[in-house]
Design a protein. Structure first.
Length: 211
């Protein structure tokens, strides 16, 4: 289904998603959870708290710009946030070299394959390697800060699958998907769901705006 997709795919670093040739953005809600865990387990790593503050501030700034009806953040703000982002990661890597909890583990003699690293070390590497994807919400205001909305939209089908195991027919599953998709779209566009259902059963279903 994603093979022909040409927009921005927001996900949580899952390698299966990264193989698609579309643009990518990484869910910062996942980053915040990982950073919070590191900050709570390792108080000697202040970089995690600094990164949490940076991401939250950047998200708030984007919200203010969108509320003003602007289409982009000022270039100076974007560059300033990127510089702070890089500085925090430099400090995190310095802590790693100082063996503050993030030192990269070396391969032991006779052991093949990738060396398992600490969660903090892995997160630092991902944030460094994929900076553009992590901060894409700064340069494209259509890109959300996280993919929580998508996960909420998928929760009901997952609960349906969990409760009954599966749909009894492909037609039933298709009907469920159409109804859920229609109602969720109407809700996101702040329309009255009850009125939409009444008009639908009267043979005059309101058509959501698709652009």
């Amino acid at each position: 289904m994603l093979a022909p997709f040409v927009g921005v795919l927001v996900h949580d670093h899952w390698s299966a998603c990264q193989r698609y040739s579309c643009w990518h953005a990484f869910c910062n809600a996942h980053h915040l959870r990982e950073l919070t865990a590191i900050a709570e387990r390792s108080p000697n790593q202040p970089w995690a708290t600094d990164m949490i503050a940076l991401l939250c501030q950047a998200n708030a700034l984007v919200g203010e710009v969108q509320a003003q009806g602007l289409k982009a953040l000022p270039t100076s703000d974007v560059e300033g946030l990127r510089t702070r982002y890089d500085t925090i990661l430099i400090e995190a890597e310095a802590e790693a070299e100082a063996e503050a909890g993030n030192p990269p583990r070396s391969r032991r003699p006779g052991i093949c394959g990738r060396v398992k690293q600490s969660p903090a070390c892995n997160l630092i590497r991902r944030l460094r390697k994929h900076r553009n994807e992590v901060l894409r919400f700064l340069t494209d205001l259509h890109v959300p800060f996280d993919n929580n909305q998508a996960e909420r939209d998928l929760r009901m089908p997952k609960l349906k699958q969990k409760a009954s195991g599966c749909f009894r027919s492909e037609a039933g599953g298709g009907a469920f998907a159409i109804i859920r998709s229609y109602l969720l779209t109407r809700r996101k566009q702040s329309d009255d769901l009850f009125n939409s259902l009444v008009l639908t059963f009267q043979g005059q279903p309101p058509i959501p705006q698709l652009e």
